[in-house]
Design a protein around this ligand. Structure first.
Ligand SMILES: Cc1ncc(COP(=O)(O)O)c(C=O)c1O
Length: 390
């Protein structure tokens, strides 16, 4: 550490240089991220309330009430009534919280298991590792949809929880949430839906005339939902969300911290100090954009998605892994050749996509920062790569 501090200008210049190697959303290179540039007004609000700490709710009563209000508002957007929950660092933390609850509610199961699709996000593997849960992963069918019969066959007396995904990481597909709900009907099994990506798309897609299967609290056995502001909510990075139907679960499973300056509260988190500013910012973003603002943003993303999907289906040597349901386009090879070479060549041209080796696909997430002109350039490069390798 320096003895004497540098000037602000010196520091700013050093930072500019050091961070130059980061990819930027504006360049269009970032085609494989589920995060994007936060909403500008949200950023202003975030800066204003940067020191709010939701880890001590008794000291920040106003922020705590705002979090409750926002949770309820999002809960109603997800067709629930009086939904409780909390904001997190992201979908991973929210999923770990859900898995902990599933286990905690079943102290009688000595070797707890959770049934989930093989397409589930890696955060469930992390949760299983941390919590000592065994994951039973259900296969997908040829078309990447969940094999529900296989899923059903994995449920047994050790099952403390089941998981469905509304917007898979690889392809944005929606699992049959209602049907999974039927499998746990009258069974004391916790049902969590991971809508980290889909949560802030699906309620608005309906307004655009898309057919959206039931995926939220309207399915009566769904106990909790993950949905992330920092993905399609345009929230501050990081901010995730965990939404829970039954408030009494907090009393049964929450952590009690006896020493806080603001008094004694129960909470779901394993973190202590946590940002209030990102929650306040998301409250402001929801108020600012409204249903119309979100719907318009998603309409743009879907238009670009449909454009790219059409182009991919016209290029020889590659094909769509599946017809896009959300703003994700999965690309695979026509002849079952490995997709890795194409991915490498795209990277050489600075296109950064997500790669899913198990499914032999690369995928583009058409976030709001991905513009039509980025996609036309991407398609040109892809055509060139494929015509050279022919
Ligand atoms: C479906 C799903 N769940 C959870 C996560 C984890 O979210 P985070 O990276 O915010 O922890 C992701 C991330 O891509 C995801 O796609």
């Amino acid at each position: 550490m320096l003895k004497e501090g540098l000037t602000k200008q010196e520091i700013t210049e050093i930072l500019e240089k050091k961070l130059k190697q980061d990819f930027s959303y504006d360049s269009g290179s970032i085609l494989g991220s589920m995060c994007t540039y936060p909403n500008d007004f949200g950023k202003e609000i975030y800066m204003k309330y940067i020191a709010k700490n939701l880890g001590d709710p008794g000291l920040f009563l106003g922020t705590t009430k705002l979090e409750e209000e926002l949770t309820k508002e999002i809960g109603s957007l997800f067709n629930g009534k009086n939904i409780t929950g909390t904001f997190t660092t992201g979908g991973s933390e929210a999923n770990v919280i859900a898995m902990r609850i599933a286990k905690k509610l079943h102290p009688e199961i000595s070797e707890p298991e959770v049934v989930l699709p093989i397409s589930s996000h890696i955060s469930f593997d992390k949760a299983a590792d941390l919590l000592g849960i065994k994951l039973r992963k259900a296969k997908l069918k040829e078309n990447f949809e969940l094999d529900l019969d296989h899923y059903a066959s994995l449920i047994n007396n050790n099952t403390c929880g089941v998981v469905g995904i509304a917007g898979t990481t690889a392809l944005g597909l929606i699992d049959p949430i209602k049907e999974i709900g039927n499998l746990v009907q009258d069974k004391d099994i916790y049902f969590h839906v991971d809508a980290a990506f889909g949560g802030f798309i699906l309620p608005f897609l309906k307004n655009l005339g898309y057919k959206v299967p039931s995926w939220d609290f309207s399915v009566k056995n769904v106990d909790s939902i993950t949905a992330d502001p920092h993905k399609m909510g345009l929230g501050i990075i990081p901010s995730g969300g965990f939404f829970l139907r039954d408030e009494s679960i907090l009393q049964k499973t929450g952590f009690e911290i006896p020493y806080l300056a603001g008094g004694n509260f129960k909470h779901f988190h394993f973190v202590g100090t946590r940002p209030g500013a990102s929650v306040i910012a998301f409250w402001a973003i929801m108020k600012y954009l409204g249903i119309d603002g979100f719907t318009k943003m998603i309409q743009n993303c879907m238009q670009n998605t449909n454009y790219l999907a059409k182009k991919i289906s016209e290029i020889q040597g590659i094909k769509l892994a599946t017809k896009p349901v959300l703003n994700l386009v999965g690309i695979t090879t026509e002849d079952n050749e490995s997709i890795c070479e194409i991915d490498n060549k795209l990277r050489e041209k600075n296109w950064m996509l997500g790669k899913f080796i198990d499914f032999n696909l690369i995928r583009v997430v058409i976030m709001p920062h991905v513009k039509y002109e980025h996609l036309t350039r991407f398609v040109e490069d892809l055509e060139e790569i494929l015509s050279v390798s022919k």
